[in-house]
Design a protein around this ligand. Structure first.
Ligand code: TRP
Length: 478
């Protein structure tokens, strides 16, 4: 694979481009992916992160197990497929990043580029808070405290203390900042090509082990067999938000990736590959964590429904079974790999935000990076404190971190996705995009794509959004 296959290389180009007038920028100045596999790996690298390993399992546990899984898979092969194809095609057609792509096609729709830009600004700070938690666990295992991490009160003790989570959050954001500031993402990306497969192998190993534990069978049942009584609009909204989040959709990032894709590479099959990769890792993580929660806490509804802490509570108990040495090594290795996946995604998120600042305010890369760094620190502090000293701040049982998460994934992303569909279906015209997709061969799902973009996606997303917003305001309960 060549140098400029990495998102880092893309982002560099994007930043340079952002300083000049987009339209005047000659095409040849943009770097690009030199091979289809390079494109698929880079996009999958952005997609695979905490969303798959940390967020998917806790949502699946919270929203009814099998029924969430089923809903998620159905949404992934319909909404997820269509939206990812649309975003990549939009990027490749315009050759621009999100903030400018919408503007180029229709001046009145420039606001959609802005909406897409707000989302990563909200995600990055709280993503980094969780990244800090992973850092803490890594540190605990490395310094020989793995057995204590398996204790019942370890996780809550940690997140509710004021300084420790802040310290690890600060370290995490600082590492991301240094990488972005000194532009060493290429090195990070290279290492991640080895570490990502290692993470998959380790996850498979831990999963197989967990599945042999007494009590895990109940967990497998809960996770794999849908219970239709547990189905509700909330399940769909949660699954939809998770889909956008996990596949890095509805925030313009895939538009940017698409803008660097070569005209002769096939969009449709690339999307299939990215989806299989991303969904595969999410499903596997669920299979590792949910049965573990059953084997060690008997499927206690409190553990299952506990939300963001699930991975941190369930896995140390698995590792503890290997004794303090074996478990210590296993835990250190596992959290190191998760930390790495979190770092690569956070780097890509910070890159996105930095290029937005460069584009909008025409500042230097250095200044923009510093602004984004300080802003991320400030915005992340409430999310971190929300589990301790600020735990009184809560809406509908949500902590501050949950609120940011809900705002971006369950409100803004569905709105951005809905508007993107309307924009493509009724302003640009599906034809424009399907022509782009058909540049190199037939588009198998063309009819499906058209119907989904014009009718099914916007109507369903609007219905889901309206019902759940009414629910939040207590107009009626679903
Ligand atoms: N998909 C990432 C994950 O699963 C999170 C994410 C969402 C992301 N949007 C992004 C990462 C944009 C990088 C860039 O963890």
């Amino acid at each position: 694979m060549e140098e400029n296959n990495t998102p880092a290389a893309m982002q560099d180009n994007q930043s340079v481009e952002g300083q000049d007038s987009q339209e005047a920028q000659p095409k040849k100045k943009r770097g690009g992916f030199t091979s289809k596999i390079g494109f698929v790996l880079a996009a999958a690298g952005s997609a695979v992160g905490l969303g798959n390993i940390w967020r998917f399992p806790y949502l699946a546990a919270k929203y009814g197990g099998g029924i969430f899984l089923l809903t998620y898979i159905i949404l992934a092969v319909t909404f997820g497929f269509v939206l990812m194809v649309a975003e990549i095609a939009l990027g490749r057609k315009t050759g621009m990043s999100a903030i400018n792509a919408f503007k180029k096609l229709n001046k009145k729709w420039a606001f959609l580029g802005v909406l897409c830009a707000i989302i990563p600004i909200i995600i990055l700070p709280y993503y980094s808070v969780i990244g800090g938690w992973v850092g803490k666990y890594f540190f605990t295992y490395v310094s020989g405290g793995g057995m204590s991490a398996a204790g019942d009160s370890f996780f809550n003790g940690f997140i509710s203390s004021p300084w420790q989570p802040l310290l690890f959050f600060f370290i995490f954001v600082s590492v991301v900042f240094v990488v972005v500031l000194f532009g060493v993402e290429k090195g990070v990306e290279k290492v991640s090509k080895f570490l990502m497969p290692a993470l998959v192998v380790l996850t498979i190993g831990v999963t197989i082990y967990t599945l042999t534990m007494p009590g895990s069978a109940e967990g497998i049942k809960y996770y794999l067999l849908p219970d239709f009584k547990k189905f509700s609009v909330k399940t769909v909204l949660a699954a939809l938000g998770q889909l956008f989040y996990s596949m890095s959709l509805a925030m313009g990032i895939m538009i940017t990736y698409g803008s660097y894709m070569k005209k002769q590479d096939k969009i449709e099959s690339s999307v299939h590959q990215i989806e299989i990769f991303d969904t595969g890792i999410a499903l596997l993580s669920g299979l590792m964590i949910i049965p573990a929660a059953y084997a060690f806490s008997g499927g206690n509804p409190e553990t299952l429904g506990q939300g963001p802490g699930l991975m941190f509570v369930a896995l140390p108990k698995v590792f503890a079974n290997f004794g303090s040495v074996g478990g210590g090594i296993l835990g250190a290795l596992f959290f190191a790999l998760v930390l790495f996946a979190a770092l690569t995604s956070a780097i890509s998120l910070m890159e996105t935000v930095v290029s937005i600042v460069i584009d909008k305010f025409h500042l230097s890369r250095k200044k923009s990076s510093v602004i984004v760094y300080v802003g991320t620190l400030l915005l992340g502090i409430p999310s971190s404190l929300g589990f301790g000293v600020w735990s009184a701040v809560s809406v509908g049982g949500m902590t501050i971190l949950d609120m940011f998460d809900f705002l971006s994934n369950s409100i803004l992303m569905p709105i951005a996705a809905l508007l993107t569909c309307v924009f493509i279906g009724y302003v640009v015209g599906c034809r424009n995009l399907t022509d782009e997709i058909e540049l190199n061969g037939p588009f198998k799902f063309k009819k499906f794509f058209n119907v989904m973009i014009k009718y099914v996606c916007p109507i369903c997303i609007a219905a889901i959004l309206i019902t759940s917003i009414l629910d939040v305001f207590g107009v009626f309960s679903i």
